[in-house]
Design a protein around this ligand. Structure first.
Ligand code: TPP
Length: 199
C-alpha cells in the first residue's frame, strides 16, 4: 500500500468577485464597449468554426469560444503602445487588442460594425484563411496573428513560446523609459514549460 500525505502548496490564492458597488461605479459606455467586443469575438469564432466545417480553413484554428471575457476584460483598458501576445489559442486576444486599438475603446453596442471594425474583422479572418488581405498577408494563419501597430506582438504555435517574447518586449519597454506594459496569455499546460517559468 502506498503512503499518502496531504500536501499544502502554501500559494497565496485569492478570488476576485464583483460587488453591487462595482456595478454601480462602472461606466455604462465602457460596459457597452466590452459587450460589443464580446459579441463581435463570439460571432467571429462561430464563423471560423462554420468555415472550418466546410473545409475552408487550411490548417488548425483553435477556438476561443467561452474565453472572450478574459481577453476583453484584460485588454480594453490597455493603450495601443501596451502589448499583448498569446498562444495557439489567441483569436480573442488579438481581436480584443485590434478592436480596442481602432475604436479607442469606444464602441456603440447598438451599431458596433464601423468601417474600421469591419476592416479588422475582415483582415483577421483573411489571415486565418490564408488570404492576402490578412495582417501577415495570409502567411501566418490562425496561430500567428500579429499587428504591431495595435500592440499585438503575435500569437505563437509553440506552447509556452510567447512568454520569453513578452518578457523581452517588457524589458525593451522598460529600458526605453516608457510606462508601457506587456501582457502574455498562456494555458495551464504551458505553465509547466520551462520557458514560462524561466521568463
Ligand atoms: C512545445 C510544444 N509542445 C507540444 C505542442 C503541441 N500542443 C499544441 S496545443 C497543446 C496543449 C496546450 O495546452 P494549454 O497550454 O493548456 O492550452 P489550451 O489548448 O488548453 O488552451 C500541445 C501539447 C506544441 N505546440 N508546442
Amino acid at each position: 500500500m502506498p503512503r499518502r500525505r496531504r500536501l499544502e502548496t502554501g500559494t497565496d490564492w485569492i478570488q476576485l468577485t464583483t460587488t453591487a458597488a462595482d456595478w454601480k461605479a462602472a461606466d455604462p459606455a465602457l460596459l457597452g464597449t466590452m459587450l460589443a467586443e464580446l459579441h463581435l469575438i463570439r460571432a467571429f469564432e462561430e464563423t471560423v468554426l462554420a468555415l472550418a466545417a466546410e473545409g475552408l480553413v487550411h490548417g488548425p484554428a483553435h477556438s476561443s469560444i467561452g474565453q472572450e471575457g478574459g481577453a476583453v476584460g484584460s485588454i480594453v483598458g490597455l493603450r495601443s503602445t501596451d502589448a499583448v501576445n498569446g498562444s495557439h489559442r489567441g483569436h480573442h486576444q488579438f481581436l480584443a487588442k485590434a478592436l480596442t486599438h481602432v475604436s479607442g475603446a469606444a464602441i456603440d453596442p447598438r451599431d458596433p460594425v464601423t468601417p474600421e471594425i469591419q476592416t479588422v474583422l475582415q483582415r483577421t479572418l483573411a489571415e486565418i484563411l490564408g488570404l492576402a488581405q490578412g495582417y501577415c498577408r495570409g502567411r501566418g494563419g490562425s496561430m500567428h496573428l500579429q499587428w504591431f501597430e495595435a500592440g499585438a506582438l503575435g500569437t505563437n504555435a509553440i506552447v509556452g513560446g510567447g512568454a520569453p517574447m513578452a518578457t523581452g518586449n517588457a524589458w525593451a519597454q522598460k529600458h526605453a523609459g516608457t510606462t508601457d506594459l506587456t501582457v502574455n496569455y498562456f494555458g495551464d499546460g504551458a505553465s509547466q514549460i520551462g520557458s514560462v517559468l524561466e521568463s
